[in-house]
Design a protein around this ligand. Structure first.
Ligand code: BDR
Ligand code: CA
Length: 308
Protein backbone atom coordinates (compact mmCIF):
# COMPACT_ATOMS: atom_id res chain seq x y z
CA UNK A 1 0.00 0.00 0.00
CA UNK A 2 1.12 3.53 -0.72
CA UNK A 3 1.27 5.91 2.27
CA UNK A 4 -0.42 9.16 1.37
CA UNK A 5 -1.31 12.49 2.96
CA UNK A 6 -3.89 14.59 1.17
CA UNK A 7 -3.60 18.38 1.18
CA UNK A 8 -6.89 19.89 0.03
CA UNK A 9 -9.38 22.77 -0.05
CA UNK A 10 -12.85 21.20 -0.45
CA UNK A 11 -14.10 22.24 -2.92
CA UNK A 12 -16.58 20.21 -4.98
CA UNK A 13 -14.01 18.26 -6.98
CA UNK A 14 -11.91 17.85 -3.82
CA UNK A 15 -14.89 16.10 -2.19
CA UNK A 16 -15.32 13.71 -5.12
CA UNK A 17 -11.56 13.12 -5.24
CA UNK A 18 -11.48 12.35 -1.49
CA UNK A 19 -14.35 9.88 -1.92
CA UNK A 20 -12.42 8.25 -4.76
CA UNK A 21 -9.33 7.98 -2.52
CA UNK A 22 -11.35 6.40 0.30
CA UNK A 23 -12.89 3.96 -2.17
CA UNK A 24 -9.32 2.78 -2.79
CA UNK A 25 -8.14 2.20 0.75
CA UNK A 26 -6.88 -1.21 -0.35
CA UNK A 27 -4.21 0.70 -2.30
CA UNK A 28 -3.78 3.76 -0.09
CA UNK A 29 -2.82 4.00 3.53
CA UNK A 30 -4.28 7.46 4.21
CA UNK A 31 -2.17 8.90 7.03
CA UNK A 32 -4.08 12.16 7.29
CA UNK A 33 -5.63 15.14 5.57
CA UNK A 34 -4.40 18.72 5.74
CA UNK A 35 -6.44 21.72 4.67
CA UNK A 36 -5.43 24.95 2.96
CA UNK A 37 -7.28 28.15 2.11
CA UNK A 38 -8.19 28.10 -1.57
CA UNK A 39 -11.63 27.41 -2.94
CA UNK A 40 -12.96 28.86 0.29
CA UNK A 41 -11.63 30.23 3.59
CA UNK A 42 -9.59 27.93 5.82
CA UNK A 43 -12.50 27.73 8.29
CA UNK A 44 -14.92 26.60 5.58
CA UNK A 45 -12.65 24.10 3.82
CA UNK A 46 -11.70 22.59 7.18
CA UNK A 47 -15.35 22.38 8.17
CA UNK A 48 -16.08 20.67 4.84
CA UNK A 49 -13.27 18.17 5.37
CA UNK A 50 -14.51 17.30 8.86
CA UNK A 51 -18.03 17.13 7.46
CA UNK A 52 -17.06 14.76 4.68
CA UNK A 53 -15.19 12.47 7.10
CA UNK A 54 -18.27 12.50 9.33
CA UNK A 55 -20.46 11.67 6.34
CA UNK A 56 -18.13 8.81 5.33
CA UNK A 57 -17.65 7.84 8.99
CA UNK A 58 -13.86 7.81 8.69
CA UNK A 59 -11.62 8.31 11.69
CA UNK A 60 -8.87 10.17 9.96
CA UNK A 61 -6.51 12.78 11.33
CA UNK A 62 -7.34 16.22 9.97
CA UNK A 63 -4.94 19.14 10.42
CA UNK A 64 -5.84 22.70 9.56
CA UNK A 65 -3.28 24.61 7.52
CA UNK A 66 -2.53 27.98 6.02
CA UNK A 67 -5.12 30.69 6.37
CA UNK A 68 -3.81 32.66 3.40
CA UNK A 69 -1.25 32.46 0.60
CA UNK A 70 2.41 33.34 1.25
CA UNK A 71 2.18 36.77 -0.34
CA UNK A 72 -0.99 37.52 -2.21
CA UNK A 73 -4.43 38.06 -0.68
CA UNK A 74 -6.74 35.06 -0.55
CA UNK A 75 -9.53 35.03 -3.12
CA UNK A 76 -12.01 32.18 -2.72
CA UNK A 77 -13.64 30.69 -5.83
CA UNK A 78 -17.19 31.38 -4.68
CA UNK A 79 -18.62 31.44 -8.19
CA UNK A 80 -17.37 27.89 -8.82
CA UNK A 81 -17.82 26.16 -5.44
CA UNK A 82 -20.50 28.25 -3.75
CA UNK A 83 -20.72 30.16 -0.45
CA UNK A 84 -19.91 27.16 1.73
CA UNK A 85 -17.36 25.71 -0.73
CA UNK A 86 -19.23 22.51 -1.48
CA UNK A 87 -22.14 23.70 -3.58
CA UNK A 88 -24.35 24.44 -0.53
CA UNK A 89 -24.32 20.77 0.52
CA UNK A 90 -24.78 20.29 4.30
CA UNK A 91 -22.61 17.57 5.83
CA UNK A 92 -23.14 16.18 9.35
CA UNK A 93 -20.47 17.02 11.95
CA UNK A 94 -19.60 14.14 14.23
CA UNK A 95 -15.79 14.14 13.88
CA UNK A 96 -13.24 16.56 15.31
CA UNK A 97 -10.17 18.43 14.13
CA UNK A 98 -6.96 16.63 15.18
CA UNK A 99 -4.47 19.50 14.89
CA UNK A 100 -4.48 23.17 14.00
CA UNK A 101 -0.97 23.11 12.61
CA UNK A 102 -0.80 21.30 9.27
CA UNK A 103 2.91 21.96 8.76
CA UNK A 104 3.85 20.34 12.09
CA UNK A 105 1.41 17.52 11.45
CA UNK A 106 2.97 16.91 8.02
CA UNK A 107 6.49 16.94 9.49
CA UNK A 108 5.63 14.59 12.35
CA UNK A 109 3.67 12.20 10.16
CA UNK A 110 6.26 12.09 7.39
CA UNK A 111 9.21 11.71 9.76
CA UNK A 112 7.59 9.01 11.90
CA UNK A 113 6.45 6.95 8.96
CA UNK A 114 8.54 3.82 8.51
CA UNK A 115 8.13 4.03 4.75
CA UNK A 116 8.26 7.03 2.45
CA UNK A 117 5.13 9.12 2.06
CA UNK A 118 3.41 10.41 -1.08
CA UNK A 119 1.78 13.83 -0.81
CA UNK A 120 -1.32 14.56 -2.85
CA UNK A 121 -1.78 18.35 -2.95
CA UNK A 122 -5.05 19.30 -4.64
CA UNK A 123 -5.28 22.91 -3.48
CA UNK A 124 -2.91 25.90 -3.42
CA UNK A 125 0.60 24.78 -2.45
CA UNK A 126 0.99 27.02 0.62
CA UNK A 127 1.29 24.25 3.23
CA UNK A 128 3.71 22.22 1.14
CA UNK A 129 5.96 25.23 0.51
CA UNK A 130 5.97 26.08 4.22
CA UNK A 131 6.77 22.46 5.03
CA UNK A 132 9.75 22.34 2.65
CA UNK A 133 11.12 25.64 3.95
CA UNK A 134 10.51 24.99 7.65
CA UNK A 135 11.54 21.32 7.81
CA UNK A 136 13.75 20.58 4.80
CA UNK A 137 14.67 17.23 6.35
CA UNK A 138 11.27 15.88 5.26
CA UNK A 139 12.32 15.69 1.61
CA UNK A 140 14.30 12.51 2.35
CA UNK A 141 11.11 10.80 3.36
CA UNK A 142 8.83 12.04 0.57
CA UNK A 143 8.31 9.53 -2.21
CA UNK A 144 6.38 11.70 -4.63
CA UNK A 145 4.09 14.70 -4.95
CA UNK A 146 1.06 13.99 -7.13
CA UNK A 147 -0.14 17.54 -7.68
CA UNK A 148 -3.32 18.89 -9.24
CA UNK A 149 -2.26 22.27 -10.50
CA UNK A 150 -0.86 24.24 -13.39
CA UNK A 151 -1.26 23.69 -17.10
CA UNK A 152 0.85 23.31 -20.23
CA UNK A 153 -1.81 25.20 -22.20
CA UNK A 154 -4.75 27.33 -21.06
CA UNK A 155 -5.59 28.58 -17.59
CA UNK A 156 -8.98 28.73 -15.87
CA UNK A 157 -8.61 31.67 -13.50
CA UNK A 158 -6.79 33.84 -16.03
CA UNK A 159 -6.12 32.99 -19.68
CA UNK A 160 -2.81 31.44 -18.63
CA UNK A 161 -3.10 30.59 -14.91
CA UNK A 162 -4.72 27.60 -13.25
CA UNK A 163 -6.50 28.29 -9.93
CA UNK A 164 -4.26 26.39 -7.47
CA UNK A 165 -1.06 27.91 -8.82
CA UNK A 166 -2.63 31.33 -9.38
CA UNK A 167 -3.88 31.33 -5.77
CA UNK A 168 -0.33 31.09 -4.38
CA UNK A 169 2.29 31.41 -7.12
CA UNK A 170 5.20 31.89 -4.72
CA UNK A 171 4.34 28.66 -2.91
CA UNK A 172 4.02 26.82 -6.22
CA UNK A 173 7.41 28.12 -7.29
CA UNK A 174 9.01 26.81 -4.09
CA UNK A 175 7.46 23.40 -4.66
CA UNK A 176 8.30 23.13 -8.38
CA UNK A 177 11.85 24.32 -7.69
CA UNK A 178 12.31 21.86 -4.83
CA UNK A 179 13.65 19.00 -7.01
CA UNK A 180 11.24 16.64 -5.28
CA UNK A 181 9.71 14.00 -7.59
CA UNK A 182 6.54 15.59 -8.98
CA UNK A 183 3.69 14.36 -11.14
CA UNK A 184 1.64 17.26 -12.46
CA UNK A 185 -2.04 16.82 -13.31
CA UNK A 186 -2.57 20.17 -14.97
CA UNK A 187 -5.62 21.57 -16.70
CA UNK A 188 -4.30 20.39 -20.05
CA UNK A 189 -5.13 16.87 -18.87
CA UNK A 190 -7.81 17.48 -16.18
CA UNK A 191 -10.07 19.17 -18.70
CA UNK A 192 -10.47 15.58 -19.91
CA UNK A 193 -10.78 13.93 -16.47
CA UNK A 194 -14.38 14.27 -15.47
CA UNK A 195 -17.94 13.26 -16.08
CA UNK A 196 -20.59 13.98 -18.68
CA UNK A 197 -23.94 15.52 -17.81
CA UNK A 198 -25.56 12.06 -18.20
CA UNK A 199 -23.08 10.53 -15.74
CA UNK A 200 -23.98 13.16 -13.16
CA UNK A 201 -27.69 12.57 -13.85
CA UNK A 202 -27.12 8.86 -13.08
CA UNK A 203 -25.43 9.78 -9.81
CA UNK A 204 -28.34 12.07 -8.94
CA UNK A 205 -30.82 9.24 -9.41
CA UNK A 206 -28.72 6.84 -7.36
CA UNK A 207 -30.06 5.24 -4.18
CA UNK A 208 -26.55 5.07 -2.75
CA UNK A 209 -25.61 7.63 -0.09
CA UNK A 210 -22.20 8.57 -1.43
CA UNK A 211 -23.00 8.46 -5.15
CA UNK A 212 -26.12 10.58 -4.55
CA UNK A 213 -24.12 13.14 -2.56
CA UNK A 214 -21.51 13.31 -5.34
CA UNK A 215 -24.35 13.82 -7.85
CA UNK A 216 -25.81 16.63 -5.74
CA UNK A 217 -22.58 18.57 -5.40
CA UNK A 218 -21.46 17.98 -8.99
CA UNK A 219 -24.82 19.24 -10.17
CA UNK A 220 -23.86 22.59 -8.63
CA UNK A 221 -20.72 22.57 -10.78
CA UNK A 222 -22.84 22.74 -13.90
CA UNK A 223 -23.69 26.31 -12.99
CA UNK A 224 -20.02 27.20 -13.49
CA UNK A 225 -18.93 28.79 -16.72
CA UNK A 226 -15.87 26.53 -16.90
CA UNK A 227 -17.97 23.59 -18.00
CA UNK A 228 -17.93 22.87 -21.74
CA UNK A 229 -21.37 24.11 -22.82
CA UNK A 230 -22.94 22.26 -19.91
CA UNK A 231 -22.11 18.82 -21.33
CA UNK A 232 -19.08 17.85 -19.27
CA UNK A 233 -17.59 18.72 -15.91
CA UNK A 234 -13.92 18.26 -15.13
CA UNK A 235 -13.18 16.67 -11.75
CA UNK A 236 -9.65 18.02 -11.69
CA UNK A 237 -8.58 16.80 -8.28
CA UNK A 238 -9.51 13.16 -8.90
CA UNK A 239 -6.75 12.99 -11.50
CA UNK A 240 -4.04 13.28 -8.84
CA UNK A 241 -5.34 10.02 -7.30
CA UNK A 242 -6.23 8.30 -10.57
CA UNK A 243 -2.64 8.66 -11.74
CA UNK A 244 -1.41 6.89 -8.58
CA UNK A 245 -3.82 3.98 -9.02
CA UNK A 246 -3.95 3.75 -12.83
CA UNK A 247 -0.87 5.40 -14.34
CA UNK A 248 -1.50 3.36 -17.49
CA UNK A 249 -4.41 5.68 -18.34
CA UNK A 250 -2.00 8.56 -18.94
CA UNK A 251 0.66 9.75 -21.33
CA UNK A 252 3.33 12.05 -19.99
CA UNK A 253 6.60 13.85 -20.62
CA UNK A 254 9.27 15.03 -18.25
CA UNK A 255 9.88 18.74 -18.57
CA UNK A 256 11.02 21.81 -16.75
CA UNK A 257 8.20 23.71 -15.02
CA UNK A 258 8.74 27.24 -13.78
CA UNK A 259 6.09 29.35 -12.09
CA UNK A 260 5.65 32.95 -13.17
CA UNK A 261 5.63 35.03 -9.98
CA UNK A 262 5.69 38.38 -11.73
CA UNK A 263 2.92 40.87 -11.07
CA UNK A 264 2.24 40.99 -14.80
CA UNK A 265 -0.36 39.38 -17.02
CA UNK A 266 0.94 35.85 -16.69
CA UNK A 267 1.25 35.70 -12.89
CA UNK A 268 0.57 32.12 -11.82
CA UNK A 269 1.33 30.62 -15.20
CA UNK A 270 3.28 27.36 -15.13
CA UNK A 271 5.80 27.83 -17.91
CA UNK A 272 6.24 24.24 -19.10
CA UNK A 273 9.06 23.56 -21.51
CA UNK A 274 7.16 21.59 -24.13
CA UNK A 275 9.84 22.03 -26.77
CA UNK A 276 10.16 18.56 -28.23
CA UNK A 277 13.81 18.90 -29.14
CA UNK A 278 14.85 19.31 -25.53
CA UNK A 279 15.17 16.09 -23.58
CA UNK A 280 14.58 16.40 -19.89
CA UNK A 281 15.53 13.47 -17.71
CA UNK A 282 13.44 11.89 -14.96
CA UNK A 283 14.63 14.35 -12.35
CA UNK A 284 12.28 16.91 -13.93
CA UNK A 285 8.55 16.93 -13.21
CA UNK A 286 6.49 14.26 -14.93
CA UNK A 287 3.84 16.33 -16.67
CA UNK A 288 0.73 14.40 -17.68
CA UNK A 289 -0.16 15.14 -21.29
CA UNK A 290 -3.07 12.83 -22.14
CA UNK A 291 -5.65 10.53 -20.57
CA UNK A 292 -8.11 7.83 -21.55
CA UNK A 293 -11.29 9.70 -20.62
CA UNK A 294 -13.68 6.76 -20.96
CA UNK A 295 -11.64 4.53 -18.68
CA UNK A 296 -11.30 7.43 -16.25
CA UNK A 297 -15.10 7.83 -16.11
CA UNK A 298 -15.78 4.12 -15.78
CA UNK A 299 -13.28 3.62 -12.98
CA UNK A 300 -14.38 6.71 -11.07
CA UNK A 301 -18.07 5.80 -11.26
CA UNK A 302 -17.48 2.15 -10.30
CA UNK A 303 -15.24 3.07 -7.39
CA UNK A 304 -17.59 5.68 -5.94
CA UNK A 305 -20.30 2.99 -5.75
CA UNK A 306 -18.05 0.94 -3.45
CA UNK A 307 -18.68 3.50 -0.69
CA UNK A 308 -22.51 3.31 -0.87
C1 BDR B 1 -8.44 23.42 -9.11
O1 BDR B 1 -9.00 24.61 -8.60
C2 BDR B 1 -10.01 24.32 -7.68
O2 BDR B 1 -11.11 25.14 -7.90
C3 BDR B 1 -10.32 22.87 -7.83
O3 BDR B 1 -10.69 22.30 -6.58
C4 BDR B 1 -9.05 22.26 -8.34
O4 BDR B 1 -8.19 21.88 -7.29
C5 BDR B 1 -8.68 23.38 -10.60
O5 BDR B 1 -8.09 24.48 -11.21
CA1 CA C 1 -8.97 21.64 -5.00
Amino acid sequence: KRNIIIDCDPGIDDVVALCFAFANEDKFNILGITTVAGNQTIEKVTKNTIGLMSFLNKDIKIAQGAKCPLIREKRPAINVHGENGVGDYEFPHTKKLYSNNAVLFLRDTIMSSGEKVTLVPIGPLTNIALLIKTFPEVVENIELLSIMGGSTTVGNTTPVAEFNVWADPEAARIVFDSKLPIVMSGLNVTHSTGLFREDVNELLKSNGRVTKMCGDILNFYFRGDHVNNGTFTPIHDASAFMYLIHPELYTYRHMDVKVDCSEELSRGNTVCDVREWINYDESYPKVLTGVDLNKFREILLEDLKKLD
